[in-house]
Design a protein around this ligand. Sequence first.
Ligand code: ATR
Length: 276
Amino acid sequence: MEITGKTSVYCIIGYPVEHSFSPPMQNAAFRSTGIDAVYVPFQVKRGDLHTAINSFRALGIRGANVTVPHKSDVIPLLDEVDGEAAFIGAVNTIVNKDGHLIGYNTDGRGFMESLREAGIVVKGKKVLILGAGGASRAVSFYVARAGGRVFIHNRTKSRAISLGEDLMKENLSVEIVDSQGDVIDPEIVINTTSLGLSSNDPLPIPPHLLRPGQTICDLIYWDTPLIKEAKNKGLRTLNGLGMLLWQGVLAFKLWTGMEPPVDLMREKLIEMTEKV
Ligand code: ATR
């Protein structure tokens, strides 16, 4: 693809950002749809976030993804924040509409799309969500809204209680549980904690609680020890690769108004995971 004087620029900002899979995925989508645009990574330190966001207006950067550690800090720097992103308290996608910066969160919806694609239905099911951080906020909100019976367990209970209260204000009901074993036979377990990022992390749930008939999901996009254990037990599993794909698909739609090539984007992601 040739970069010309008319090429639009999209980016991802984060720190670190060099391991992100989004640039190859989004560039493949731009190329295949014939949109004259590039997607580049920018490593932005915490203290530089304000300057970086202002530069979107100055440089006419058309859209961006936002990743760790900026997803919450970016909110007050934007002109407008979508209601769902405001509830989640995190923005992962920015659209620059003629200098007016609008923040969205496509992570939670991306997760729901990955469930839909895998044929996993949460409606009426007991769903145990492990963790009460930013990722859990997004997932709990959408799972509860889709009619799942949500139970949240977190190492720090006060954080789970506070998330539960916020969900209640949205007329969504969830239960906070003291231990992973307090929910009798959850049909779906979703790990939103960071346990599993490192291969020698303990499982976020004792293995004896993984039972036949369950579906085990992890937001981490490779097969974590939890997913491997669940597979060994013959359970249905879903890792976070689909969420990564669909959050990118939804971001692309917000930026361009076009349907991106989902299968091509998926292929790119799989290619990237094979390189790691
Ligand atoms: P994210 O935005 O990815 O959700 P986060 O807001 O830092 O990141 O949340 C991390 C989650 O992983 C939290 O639920 C955290 O539990 P605490 O609220 O008790 O900190 C959970 N977590 C991280 N390390 C953990 C560990 N060693 N054991 C259990 N939970 C852990």
